[in-house]
Design a protein around this ligand. Sequence first.
Ligand code: PMP
Length: 296
Amino acid sequence: MQYYNQDTAIYLDGAFVKASTAGIDLFGQSLHYGYGAFEGLRAYSTHHGTRIFKAEEHFQRLQHSCEAINLPFNWDIKTLVERSYELLEINKLRAAYIRPLVFTGSNMHLTSSTSSNIMIAAWEWGPYLGHNLLRVCTSSVQRPNPKSFRVDAKVSGQYVNAILAATDAIKQGYDEALLLDHEGFVAQASSENLFIEKDYKLYTAPLANIFPGITRQTVIEICKKLQIEVIERPLTITDVQQADSAFLCGTAAEIIGIKEVDHITYKEDWEHTIGATIQRKYKQLVLEEEHYEVII
Ligand code: PMP
């Protein structure tokens, strides 16, 4: 996958510069220790033009992630949203994945840096896990203990854990991994949140030991509108294996159904699940087509 070409611009510390010439500090704390924070947003080509879904929420979460690890965050959120739209225009992108990254320069000490940099890149990217129903496994790699890491923050170094789990799952022939939390409950996938359906209700892990996904919150909001009950409670492996259906959600993956967990196939036909309804509604929401069915 090529993320940029000779013409691609990125936003770097107040200016739009060529991605191919933007350098990297080999003595940077972020590079050596994973001491950085990032976000993942999606822009959609809607009938009203290009729209970044929940842009402010994502940049607010970036600020929260930085503050959680004492990484200076000295930018105005409204400006970052505006620069993101400009970045899309400069790169002639109508629909894209957007990746802001806050990082630090030279500092080999294990103490917080007093300054930081910001970069925003964008590229065309289809749904991260594809369009097909997934085969997932419960992983032997656990999520970090919330007492050893800020699991509510999107911190670069934390993603080594996600890479270990996802790589192990793929090596075993699965599409994605479900990670347990430190208490042995099923927390989420490597970079998506999990919902299961049982007896016409949805269940998802509570916020304490998971990453607080914006898509997860959006699913809860959609369910509220549709009067679908969502119960937030710790999920056991048996809960997940004996569910009627399940799906993953995240900005990159959007909403994607699971057909099989640990070789157990869900009996419910995906098209008839609550997940499939949510998948359709989510698409309408991000494309600002909520009233589309009524209009046509
Ligand atoms: N969990 C993790 C670990 C993530 O990195 C992400 C984002 N890729 C998610 C869940 C989903 O979050 P969101 O819906 O805000 O994209």
